[in-house]
Write a protein that binds this ligand. Structure first.
Ligand code: 48F
Length: 259
């Protein structure tokens, strides 16, 4: 068989646009393909929900690839070590309840399993705004990342979603744009994003789970965005809270969709 460049191009164009068209109306839109977003997407896809992840960067994975200060190992506690083992990631004991895993193996495994569970990834796509109807977020406004980074004057497209998961990590971009463009209050004590505090791994890891919840009707926060939204500490390169938060947000969203 001789290869035809046009047939190669047509296969890509046809497949991509049928995937995008199918994802214009979603059960769950996840913003940010870091560890918490990918785990949440995987669990919801496993439940049969129609899930898409929108990730600004070329590579999904967020802050997990680089471990701590580019040393590509991550640390997790026992409960999260069990999650990783359940995903087939090799985990090694590092003494007294600490475990390590290769950050590239973790990140690549999460991305692979989320895809294989049926979650659709749209990398190089940035969420620049939200759809708000009657004090509820009902979808996202998306554009190509190069349009954003080049400052091109190109209008975006929109995606409808029954639930949005805010998994953008430290910057909490979905909630920031929601607050900037609408006269609304979040379900936080200040009504705004309370803001991330300095590093305190012990407290941060516990509060990540408690802060994983609905922050505005239709928007559930997970991962570091949960702590930034509700005003807790950062935790650095210990990733147990991110994984547990991804599991928790998937449970909360599944319960909402099933209600
Ligand atoms: O930051 P990130 O990895 O989020 P996370 O799941 O995990 C945090 C940890 O990596 C680490 C930590 C815990 O140990 O403190 O930082 O909370 O991934 C967030 C992803 O969201 C993407 C961004 O490129 C990254 O991959 N992102 C951020 N804003 C947008 C976005 C946006 N507006 N549109 C699309 N993607």
């Amino acid at each position: 068989m001789s290869l035809d460049e046009i047939q190669i191009s047509r296969a890509i164009v046809d497949r991509y646009f049928s995937k995008l068209s199918d994802c214009l109306d979603l059960d769950v839109a996840v913003v940010g393909a870091g560890p918490s977003g990918m785990l949440a997407a995987m669990r919801l896809a496993e439940k049969g929900r129609k899930v898409a992840l929108f990730e600004r960067k070329l590579a999904p994975g967020g802050g997990m690839w680089g471990g701590g200060m580019m040393f590509n190992e991550i640390v997790v506690q026992e409960a999260a070590a069990e999650i990783l083992k359940g995903l087939g990631v090799r985990v090694r004991e590092a003494g007294e309840g600490y475990f390590t895993a290769d950050s590239v193996e973790c990140t690549a495994t999460l991305a692979s399993l989320a895809c294989r569970a049926g979650a659709r990834f749209f990398n190089l796509v940035s969420v620049e705004d939200v759809l708000v109807r009657e004090n509820r977020v009902t979808g996202l406004v998306i554009n190509w990342t190069p349009v954003e980074t080049q400052g091109l004057h190109v209008d975006p497209l929109s995606v409808r979603a029954r639930c949005v998961i805010e998994a953008t990590g430290h910057p909490t971009e979905v909630l920031k744009v929601l607050l900037r463009k609408n006269d609304v209050r979040l379900l936080t004590e200040t009504g705004g994003i309370v803001g991330e505090r300095s590093m305190w791994a012990d407290i941060a890891e516990t509060t990540t789970l408690a802060n994983t919840r609905e922050a505005f009707p239709g928007v559930f926060v997970t991962g570091m965005a949960a702590n930034a939204t509700f005003g807790s500490f950062r935790m650095g390169p210990i990733f147990g809270g991110m994984l547990l938060s991804g599991e928790r947000v998937a449970e909360l969203v599944e319960a909402r969709l099933a209600a």
